[in-house]
Design a protein around this ligand. Structure first.
Ligand code: SAM
Length: 334
Protein backbone atom coordinates (compact mmCIF):
# COMPACT_ATOMS: atom_id res chain seq x y z
CA UNK A 1 0.00 0.00 0.00
CA UNK A 2 2.75 2.43 0.98
CA UNK A 3 4.58 1.72 -2.26
CA UNK A 4 1.47 2.91 -4.14
CA UNK A 5 1.59 6.15 -2.17
CA UNK A 6 5.33 6.50 -2.93
CA UNK A 7 4.61 5.90 -6.63
CA UNK A 8 1.90 8.56 -6.63
CA UNK A 9 4.27 11.00 -4.91
CA UNK A 10 7.04 10.57 -7.43
CA UNK A 11 5.22 9.87 -10.72
CA UNK A 12 1.82 11.55 -10.11
CA UNK A 13 0.25 8.61 -11.93
CA UNK A 14 -1.77 5.66 -10.67
CA UNK A 15 -3.87 2.99 -12.32
CA UNK A 16 -7.58 2.74 -11.58
CA UNK A 17 -6.93 -0.39 -9.49
CA UNK A 18 -4.27 1.31 -7.43
CA UNK A 19 -6.63 4.22 -6.69
CA UNK A 20 -9.35 1.77 -5.65
CA UNK A 21 -6.92 0.01 -3.30
CA UNK A 22 -6.08 3.33 -1.64
CA UNK A 23 -9.75 4.26 -1.36
CA UNK A 24 -10.70 0.92 0.18
CA UNK A 25 -7.87 0.53 2.65
CA UNK A 26 -8.24 2.70 5.73
CA UNK A 27 -5.06 1.58 7.48
CA UNK A 28 -3.00 3.84 5.18
CA UNK A 29 -5.06 7.00 5.67
CA UNK A 30 -2.55 8.88 7.83
CA UNK A 31 0.24 8.18 5.35
CA UNK A 32 -1.98 9.19 2.44
CA UNK A 33 -2.92 12.52 4.02
CA UNK A 34 0.69 13.22 5.01
CA UNK A 35 1.87 12.48 1.45
CA UNK A 36 -0.77 14.80 -0.04
CA UNK A 37 0.26 17.53 2.42
CA UNK A 38 3.93 17.15 1.42
CA UNK A 39 3.09 17.31 -2.29
CA UNK A 40 0.91 20.39 -1.72
CA UNK A 41 3.79 22.08 0.16
CA UNK A 42 6.33 21.16 -2.53
CA UNK A 43 4.27 22.28 -5.54
CA UNK A 44 1.93 25.07 -4.42
CA UNK A 45 3.54 26.12 -1.13
CA UNK A 46 2.18 27.24 2.23
CA UNK A 47 -0.02 30.09 1.01
CA UNK A 48 -3.81 29.77 1.16
CA UNK A 49 -5.80 31.49 -1.59
CA UNK A 50 -9.04 33.07 -0.41
CA UNK A 51 -11.90 33.43 -2.88
CA UNK A 52 -14.84 35.68 -1.95
CA UNK A 53 -17.99 33.71 -2.68
CA UNK A 54 -21.12 35.63 -3.71
CA UNK A 55 -24.24 33.47 -4.09
CA UNK A 56 -26.54 35.63 -6.21
CA UNK A 57 -29.62 33.55 -7.07
CA UNK A 58 -31.25 30.36 -5.85
CA UNK A 59 -33.91 30.32 -8.58
CA UNK A 60 -33.13 27.11 -10.41
CA UNK A 61 -34.54 25.46 -13.51
CA UNK A 62 -32.85 22.14 -12.62
CA UNK A 63 -34.10 19.35 -10.42
CA UNK A 64 -30.92 17.65 -9.11
CA UNK A 65 -32.10 15.07 -6.63
CA UNK A 66 -29.62 15.98 -3.89
CA UNK A 67 -29.89 19.76 -4.01
CA UNK A 68 -32.02 21.88 -1.67
CA UNK A 69 -32.61 24.60 -4.27
CA UNK A 70 -33.95 22.20 -6.93
CA UNK A 71 -36.98 23.51 -8.79
CA UNK A 72 -39.37 21.08 -7.10
CA UNK A 73 -38.50 22.15 -3.58
CA UNK A 74 -41.41 24.42 -2.78
CA UNK A 75 -40.15 25.10 0.77
CA UNK A 76 -37.17 27.15 -0.34
CA UNK A 77 -37.52 30.93 -0.17
CA UNK A 78 -36.25 32.10 -3.52
CA UNK A 79 -34.09 35.18 -4.07
CA UNK A 80 -32.37 36.86 -6.99
CA UNK A 81 -29.90 39.72 -6.50
CA UNK A 82 -30.05 42.71 -8.82
CA UNK A 83 -26.91 43.64 -10.78
CA UNK A 84 -26.40 46.54 -8.38
CA UNK A 85 -26.60 44.28 -5.35
CA UNK A 86 -24.03 41.96 -6.95
CA UNK A 87 -21.77 44.95 -7.70
CA UNK A 88 -22.08 46.19 -4.10
CA UNK A 89 -21.05 42.79 -2.76
CA UNK A 90 -18.15 42.70 -5.24
CA UNK A 91 -17.08 46.11 -3.96
CA UNK A 92 -17.19 44.68 -0.43
CA UNK A 93 -14.85 41.88 -1.56
CA UNK A 94 -12.45 44.38 -3.14
CA UNK A 95 -12.47 46.54 0.01
CA UNK A 96 -11.73 43.51 2.16
CA UNK A 97 -8.67 42.77 0.02
CA UNK A 98 -9.86 39.63 -1.77
CA UNK A 99 -8.08 38.98 -5.08
CA UNK A 100 -10.76 36.66 -6.50
CA UNK A 101 -14.54 36.86 -6.57
CA UNK A 102 -16.62 33.75 -7.21
CA UNK A 103 -20.08 34.52 -8.59
CA UNK A 104 -22.21 31.44 -7.98
CA UNK A 105 -25.88 30.83 -8.66
CA UNK A 106 -28.51 28.28 -9.42
CA UNK A 107 -29.21 27.78 -13.12
CA UNK A 108 -31.20 30.96 -13.56
CA UNK A 109 -31.75 32.17 -17.14
CA UNK A 110 -32.84 35.61 -15.93
CA UNK A 111 -29.13 36.45 -16.00
CA UNK A 112 -28.63 36.53 -19.72
CA UNK A 113 -25.32 37.34 -21.36
CA UNK A 114 -26.09 41.07 -21.54
CA UNK A 115 -26.77 41.30 -17.81
CA UNK A 116 -23.85 39.10 -16.82
CA UNK A 117 -21.49 40.76 -19.32
CA UNK A 118 -22.27 44.19 -17.88
CA UNK A 119 -21.66 42.97 -14.32
CA UNK A 120 -18.35 41.35 -15.30
CA UNK A 121 -17.09 44.44 -17.14
CA UNK A 122 -17.90 46.65 -14.14
CA UNK A 123 -16.24 44.32 -11.62
CA UNK A 124 -13.22 44.04 -13.91
CA UNK A 125 -12.47 47.74 -13.50
CA UNK A 126 -10.87 46.51 -10.26
CA UNK A 127 -7.73 44.43 -10.28
CA UNK A 128 -9.50 41.20 -9.34
CA UNK A 129 -9.94 37.73 -10.82
CA UNK A 130 -13.50 36.51 -11.45
CA UNK A 131 -14.73 32.95 -11.24
CA UNK A 132 -18.18 32.05 -12.50
CA UNK A 133 -20.20 29.09 -11.25
CA UNK A 134 -23.57 29.39 -12.96
CA UNK A 135 -24.04 25.97 -14.51
CA UNK A 136 -24.43 24.84 -18.10
CA UNK A 137 -24.48 27.38 -20.92
CA UNK A 138 -23.85 27.26 -24.66
CA UNK A 139 -20.33 27.60 -26.11
CA UNK A 140 -21.13 31.08 -27.49
CA UNK A 141 -22.31 32.25 -24.07
CA UNK A 142 -19.19 30.95 -22.32
CA UNK A 143 -17.16 32.71 -25.02
CA UNK A 144 -18.90 36.05 -24.47
CA UNK A 145 -18.58 35.77 -20.70
CA UNK A 146 -14.87 35.12 -21.10
CA UNK A 147 -14.56 38.17 -23.34
CA UNK A 148 -16.42 40.23 -20.73
CA UNK A 149 -13.83 39.43 -18.08
CA UNK A 150 -14.47 36.01 -16.50
CA UNK A 151 -11.18 34.24 -15.78
CA UNK A 152 -12.31 30.97 -14.27
CA UNK A 153 -15.33 28.69 -14.21
CA UNK A 154 -16.44 26.04 -11.73
CA UNK A 155 -18.65 23.21 -12.97
CA UNK A 156 -18.52 19.95 -11.09
CA UNK A 157 -19.06 16.82 -13.13
CA UNK A 158 -20.68 15.58 -9.86
CA UNK A 159 -20.14 11.90 -10.78
CA UNK A 160 -18.62 10.18 -13.83
CA UNK A 161 -20.90 7.19 -13.32
CA UNK A 162 -23.22 7.84 -16.25
CA UNK A 163 -26.09 5.72 -14.94
CA UNK A 164 -25.93 7.40 -11.55
CA UNK A 165 -25.62 10.82 -13.20
CA UNK A 166 -28.79 10.13 -15.17
CA UNK A 167 -30.71 9.03 -12.08
CA UNK A 168 -29.70 12.10 -10.06
CA UNK A 169 -30.14 14.74 -12.77
CA UNK A 170 -33.56 14.37 -14.41
CA UNK A 171 -33.69 16.00 -17.82
CA UNK A 172 -29.95 16.61 -17.94
CA UNK A 173 -27.27 14.92 -20.02
CA UNK A 174 -23.88 13.68 -18.86
CA UNK A 175 -22.50 14.22 -22.34
CA UNK A 176 -23.55 17.86 -22.32
CA UNK A 177 -21.93 18.46 -18.94
CA UNK A 178 -18.70 16.93 -20.21
CA UNK A 179 -18.91 19.05 -23.38
CA UNK A 180 -19.40 22.19 -21.26
CA UNK A 181 -16.19 21.38 -19.38
CA UNK A 182 -14.28 20.79 -22.61
CA UNK A 183 -15.64 24.04 -24.07
CA UNK A 184 -14.56 25.96 -20.98
CA UNK A 185 -11.07 24.48 -21.25
CA UNK A 186 -10.85 25.25 -24.96
CA UNK A 187 -11.95 28.84 -24.36
CA UNK A 188 -9.02 29.35 -22.00
CA UNK A 189 -10.91 29.50 -18.72
CA UNK A 190 -9.12 28.19 -15.67
CA UNK A 191 -11.53 25.32 -15.34
CA UNK A 192 -12.67 23.81 -12.08
CA UNK A 193 -14.61 20.62 -11.67
CA UNK A 194 -15.19 18.09 -8.93
CA UNK A 195 -17.52 15.49 -7.52
CA UNK A 196 -19.89 14.65 -4.72
CA UNK A 197 -18.90 11.78 -2.43
CA UNK A 198 -21.44 9.58 -0.65
CA UNK A 199 -24.10 9.43 -3.35
CA UNK A 200 -26.39 6.39 -3.07
CA UNK A 201 -25.03 3.59 -5.26
CA UNK A 202 -21.66 5.29 -5.81
CA UNK A 203 -18.77 2.81 -5.81
CA UNK A 204 -15.05 3.23 -5.12
CA UNK A 205 -14.52 2.33 -8.78
CA UNK A 206 -16.66 5.26 -9.87
CA UNK A 207 -14.74 7.59 -7.50
CA UNK A 208 -11.48 6.31 -9.02
CA UNK A 209 -12.94 7.14 -12.45
CA UNK A 210 -13.80 10.63 -11.17
CA UNK A 211 -10.17 11.21 -10.16
CA UNK A 212 -8.91 9.93 -13.54
CA UNK A 213 -11.45 12.21 -15.25
CA UNK A 214 -10.07 15.28 -13.41
CA UNK A 215 -6.60 14.33 -14.61
CA UNK A 216 -7.64 13.65 -18.18
CA UNK A 217 -9.46 16.98 -18.38
CA UNK A 218 -6.37 18.62 -16.89
CA UNK A 219 -8.66 20.53 -14.54
CA UNK A 220 -7.09 23.61 -12.97
CA UNK A 221 -9.18 23.34 -9.81
CA UNK A 222 -10.95 20.38 -8.23
CA UNK A 223 -13.56 20.73 -5.48
CA UNK A 224 -14.61 17.55 -3.71
CA UNK A 225 -17.39 17.51 -1.18
CA UNK A 226 -19.36 14.98 0.83
CA UNK A 227 -23.08 14.77 0.13
CA UNK A 228 -25.10 16.40 2.89
CA UNK A 229 -28.69 15.14 2.70
CA UNK A 230 -31.35 17.86 2.54
CA UNK A 231 -34.73 17.04 4.12
CA UNK A 232 -36.71 18.40 1.15
CA UNK A 233 -34.99 16.29 -1.49
CA UNK A 234 -35.37 12.69 -2.65
CA UNK A 235 -31.97 11.92 -1.04
CA UNK A 236 -33.15 12.96 2.42
CA UNK A 237 -32.54 9.50 3.91
CA UNK A 238 -29.04 9.01 2.51
CA UNK A 239 -26.48 8.68 5.34
CA UNK A 240 -24.24 11.73 5.77
CA UNK A 241 -21.04 9.73 6.11
CA UNK A 242 -18.90 10.89 3.19
CA UNK A 243 -16.35 13.03 5.04
CA UNK A 244 -13.47 10.57 5.30
CA UNK A 245 -13.93 9.23 1.79
CA UNK A 246 -14.13 12.72 0.32
CA UNK A 247 -10.90 13.60 2.16
CA UNK A 248 -9.27 10.54 0.61
CA UNK A 249 -10.52 11.39 -2.90
CA UNK A 250 -9.13 14.90 -2.37
CA UNK A 251 -5.74 13.66 -1.12
CA UNK A 252 -5.33 11.26 -4.06
CA UNK A 253 -6.31 14.06 -6.46
CA UNK A 254 -3.54 16.22 -4.96
CA UNK A 255 -1.00 13.40 -5.41
CA UNK A 256 -1.94 12.98 -9.07
CA UNK A 257 -2.35 16.70 -9.83
CA UNK A 258 0.32 18.40 -7.72
CA UNK A 259 0.05 21.97 -9.06
CA UNK A 260 -3.73 22.53 -9.16
CA UNK A 261 -5.87 24.54 -6.76
CA UNK A 262 -7.96 22.47 -4.36
CA UNK A 263 -10.47 24.03 -1.98
CA UNK A 264 -11.18 22.85 1.52
CA UNK A 265 -14.88 22.69 0.75
CA UNK A 266 -17.64 24.16 2.90
CA UNK A 267 -19.38 20.76 2.88
CA UNK A 268 -16.31 19.22 4.54
CA UNK A 269 -16.41 21.80 7.34
CA UNK A 270 -20.18 21.37 7.65
CA UNK A 271 -20.01 17.62 8.08
CA UNK A 272 -16.96 17.46 10.33
CA UNK A 273 -15.85 19.82 13.09
CA UNK A 274 -12.50 21.30 12.04
CA UNK A 275 -13.01 19.72 8.61
CA UNK A 276 -11.59 22.77 6.83
CA UNK A 277 -8.29 22.64 8.68
CA UNK A 278 -8.09 18.86 8.28
CA UNK A 279 -8.58 19.32 4.51
CA UNK A 280 -5.93 22.06 4.38
CA UNK A 281 -3.52 19.57 5.98
CA UNK A 282 -4.45 16.83 3.52
CA UNK A 283 -3.83 18.51 0.17
CA UNK A 284 -6.10 21.58 -0.02
CA UNK A 285 -4.81 25.14 -0.54
CA UNK A 286 -7.95 27.27 -1.13
CA UNK A 287 -10.76 28.57 1.11
CA UNK A 288 -13.90 30.26 -0.22
CA UNK A 289 -15.46 32.54 2.43
CA UNK A 290 -19.04 33.50 1.70
CA UNK A 291 -19.44 37.30 1.83
CA UNK A 292 -23.24 37.50 1.44
CA UNK A 293 -25.30 38.99 4.25
CA UNK A 294 -26.50 36.43 6.79
CA UNK A 295 -30.11 36.38 5.58
CA UNK A 296 -29.06 35.47 2.05
CA UNK A 297 -26.58 32.88 3.27
CA UNK A 298 -29.41 30.87 4.80
CA UNK A 299 -31.59 31.24 1.71
CA UNK A 300 -28.94 29.66 -0.53
CA UNK A 301 -29.94 26.42 1.12
CA UNK A 302 -28.31 23.69 -0.99
CA UNK A 303 -27.79 21.59 2.14
CA UNK A 304 -28.51 22.15 5.86
CA UNK A 305 -26.16 23.63 8.46
CA UNK A 306 -23.75 25.26 6.01
CA UNK A 307 -20.56 26.29 7.81
CA UNK A 308 -19.16 29.80 7.38
CA UNK A 309 -15.70 31.26 7.64
CA UNK A 310 -14.92 33.60 10.50
CA UNK A 311 -12.05 35.58 8.98
CA UNK A 312 -10.14 36.38 12.16
CA UNK A 313 -10.59 32.82 13.45
CA UNK A 314 -9.34 31.49 10.13
CA UNK A 315 -6.23 33.67 10.25
CA UNK A 316 -5.44 32.35 13.75
CA UNK A 317 -6.07 28.74 12.76
CA UNK A 318 -3.88 29.06 9.67
CA UNK A 319 -1.05 30.50 11.73
CA UNK A 320 -1.23 27.52 14.06
CA UNK A 321 -0.67 25.14 11.13
CA UNK A 322 2.12 27.24 9.60
CA UNK A 323 0.12 28.67 6.71
CA UNK A 324 -0.49 32.25 5.58
CA UNK A 325 -2.98 34.03 3.37
CA UNK A 326 -1.84 34.71 -0.18
CA UNK A 327 -1.92 38.26 -1.50
CA UNK A 328 -2.11 37.34 -5.17
CA UNK A 329 -4.87 36.10 -7.44
CA UNK A 330 -3.86 32.50 -7.06
CA UNK A 331 -3.92 31.31 -10.65
CA UNK A 332 -2.61 27.81 -11.24
CA UNK A 333 1.16 27.97 -11.61
CA UNK A 334 2.21 25.18 -13.94
N1 SAM B 1 -25.68 25.74 -10.62
C1 SAM B 1 -24.26 25.66 -10.59
C2 SAM B 1 -23.78 24.30 -11.07
O1 SAM B 1 -24.58 23.45 -11.42
O2 SAM B 1 -22.56 24.12 -11.14
C3 SAM B 1 -23.64 26.02 -9.26
C4 SAM B 1 -24.48 25.89 -8.03
S1 SAM B 1 -24.61 24.24 -7.38
C5 SAM B 1 -25.81 24.45 -6.11
C6 SAM B 1 -23.05 24.08 -6.53
C7 SAM B 1 -22.68 22.70 -6.02
O3 SAM B 1 -23.42 22.38 -4.86
C8 SAM B 1 -22.94 21.54 -6.93
O4 SAM B 1 -21.91 21.39 -7.85
C9 SAM B 1 -23.10 20.35 -5.97
O5 SAM B 1 -21.98 19.48 -6.01
C10 SAM B 1 -23.21 21.01 -4.60
N2 SAM B 1 -24.36 20.48 -3.85
C11 SAM B 1 -25.67 20.59 -4.14
N3 SAM B 1 -26.42 19.93 -3.23
C12 SAM B 1 -25.56 19.40 -2.33
C13 SAM B 1 -25.74 18.60 -1.17
N4 SAM B 1 -26.94 18.20 -0.75
N5 SAM B 1 -24.62 18.22 -0.47
C14 SAM B 1 -23.40 18.61 -0.87
N6 SAM B 1 -23.18 19.37 -1.97
C15 SAM B 1 -24.24 19.75 -2.71
Amino acid sequence: MNSIIEKAKSLHQLSKNEIILLLENNSINDNLFKAADEIREKHVGAKIHLRALIEFSNICKRNCKYCGIRIQNKNTKRFRLSPNEILNLSERAVQKGFKTIVLQSAEDDYYNIDILGEILRKIKKNDIAITLSIGERKFEEYKMLKESGADRFLLRIETTDKELYKKLHPGMSYENREDCLKNLKNLGYETGTGCLVGLPGQTTESLANDILFFKELNADMVGIGPLIPHKDTPLKNTPANGFLLSLKVMAITRLLMPDINIPATTAMETLQKNGRIIALQSGANVVMPNINDNELKTKYDIYPGKAYVDYSELEKELKLIGRTISKDKGFRVK
